[in-house]
Design a binder for this molecule. Structure first.
Ligand SMILES: *[C@@H]1O[C@H](CO)[C@@H](O)[C@H](O)[C@H]1NC(C)=O
Ligand SMILES: *[C@@H]1O[C@H](CO)[C@@H](O)[C@H](O)[C@H]1NC(C)=O
Length: 486
């Protein structure tokens, strides 16, 4: 750091000066300075140049103190949220931020923004897009602008170039100070802008902590809570983030939201829960331990609007998927009765189709587990899973709880998709239901009618030159089910 002393009479405005560093921001494939697409930036590292020794002594470079020399034996460097010094020969994960500290000559590394935010476009909602556009409109600097700015800072600090800073030439003229102050103003502005740049690298963990805190407080309005939940939903698609949500105690908050008297909060909470649970065994276990299954079933019974029930069903399906322990509890806690009531209430068919699809998924998931067991695999974990699945008596319960006559009703829908889902489920349920199917003569009649209809559709498609269409798939499903009815 360049040390300068100030003329005794000079105003005691402290010169705040960022340590000059070159920030090589880009995707680093390996070390040795090999980089691609690097951009030059200045990092907001508070250094200070004070007018006297005491003041100088209090201003340290925090980040240098945090330089860590661990991982010496490892070839692959593990970046964290903090800047760490990179050892020669260490490889870096792509996307890490690297900067060259001009003072020490060492390279420093931390997690890149891309590594902190694993966001994929398909999870973006209009709100998120708006937010991103907002962020994009924040000030940013081109490498040239930053080079120019740094050159000016150097000049300002060089006593030869800047007479204001020359101790041998104290300047008692107050007017001169004004002109110096006006020349320093851009530095202050630059520093502020750089602080904003640093803020952009708030990690997902920090963001979630903030969101949960706001959600937990009593100050937020319903509208604000809804947007907090929406932001959380966006984050928990990432497996790690969903697990962080649990470890931060967020699960209880979300379950509390499901219990809310405001149906919009119920809906959004169910959405967050379902997204956090999807393909995330750790969260699934935590959720069951927190009583999520009971809460979801209760909400499914009590929630009023259809779209709330839809989201709750989404969360329930995500909780049960590939989780035989939860499935067993679902069956033994009357989950199938709850779904049966829901099925009967839903005239439109959307909820019916979702329920039937969910049952189909659960049946086939278990079947696949036992088919895979035909392999001479003696993996203990696999054996344990098979043992757990064998306790889920889904087929038997479906037969007893009236599903053999409920699912056929979905065939009356006018939607091809609903019918297809119904046919697949009816085939999957046949081992438990075929006797009951035969007791419903209208089922065979409607199958034959559907077959004629889809055969016609297949023919008209063949005239247009299409083969192996969706409709011929449905005809095949009808034939398969027909065989099971004989
Ligand atoms: C919510 O606040 C309560 C008490 O104010 C606290 O015990 C709890 O840990 C907080 N939960 C979260 C997720 O911050
Ligand atoms: C939901 O609310 C009811 C009372 O309205 C309460 O008894 C129950 O404990 C609450 N459940 C959760 C998970 O907050």
């Amino acid at each position: 750091m360049v040390r300068v002393s100030r003329p005794p009479g000079a105003a005691r405005c402290r010169l705040l000066l960022p340590v000059l560093v070159l920030l090589l921001c880009g995707h680093i494939a390996a070390v040795a300075g090999h980089k691609s697409g690097s951009a030059l930036t200045v990092v907001n590292t508070d250094g200070g140049v004070g007018g006297d020794e005491e003041e100088e002594g209090t201003v340290g470079d925090e980040e240098e103190e945090e330089t860590v020399g661990a991982d010496e034996d490892l070839d692959v460097f593990q970046p964290t949220e903090q800047w760490q010094t990179l050892k020669p020969g260490q490889a870096l994960p792509a996307g890490s931020h690297v900067r060259l500290n001009l003072q020490t000559g060492q390279r420093e590394v931390k997690l890149g923004e891309e590594q902190l935010k694993y966001r994929t476009p398909e999870h973006r909602t209009p709100e998120h897009r708006e937010k991103e556009e907002e962020e994009e409109s924040r000030p940013s600097f081109s490498p040239d602008e930053l080079k120019r700015a740094m050159k000016r800072m150097k000049e300002d600090l060089d006593p030869d170039l800047n007479p204001d800073l020359n101790p041998a030439d104290p300047d008692p003229n107050p007017d001169h100070q004004d002109s110096a102050a006006s020349r320093f103003r851009p530095l202050e502005e630059l520093k502020q802008d750089m602080a904003e740049l640093d803020l952009l690298v708030e990690t997902d963990v920090q963001i979630m902590g903030r969101l949960l805190q706001q959600l937990n407080g009593s100050a937020a309005t319903t509208e604000q809570r809804l947007s907090l939940l929406l932001e959380l939903e966006y984050l928990v698609h990432q497996v790690d983030n969903a697990q962080t949500l649990c470890s931060m105690g967020g699960l209880d908050l979300i379950l509390g939201g499901l219990n809310s008297s405001d149906f919009r909060l119920q809906e959004s909470s169910a959405f967050v829960l379902g997204s956090a649970l999807s393909s995330n065994p750790v969260v699934q276990v935590k959720a069951v331990e927190s009583g999520a299954l009971q809460t979801l079933l209760t909400t499914l019974v009590t929630a009023q609007p259809l779209h709330v029930k839809k989201k709750v069903l989404f969360a329930l399906a995500a909780l049960l998927r590939q989780f035989p322990y939860a499935q067993q509890h679902f069956v033994s806690h009357g989950g199938l009765q709850v779904l049966a009531e829901l099925f009967q209430q839903d005239g439109g068919g959307i909820l019916r189709t979702r329920i039937v699809t969910m049952l189909y998924d659960l049946i086939t998931e278990k079947e696949l587990m036992f088919q895979a067991g035909l392999d001479p695999v003696t993996d203990p974990a696999h054996e344990e899973r098979r043992r757990q699945y064998s306790r889920v008596s889904l087929q038997g319960e479906l037969g007893e709880k009236g599903w053999c006559s409920l699912v056929p009703q979905l065939l009356q829908s006018s939607e091809h998709d609903h019918r297809e889902k119904a046919l697949r489920a009816l085939i999957a349920m046949a081992p438990a239901c075929s006797d009951q199917y035969r007791l419903q003569p209208w089922l065979l009649d409607s199958l034959l009618a559907l077959r004629l209809q889809y055969q016609d559709l297949v023919h008209s498609e063949m005239i247009l030159g299409e083969e192996n269409s969706y409709f011929s798939e449905i005809v095949e499903l009808i034939d398969t089910l027909h065989v099971k009815l004989r």
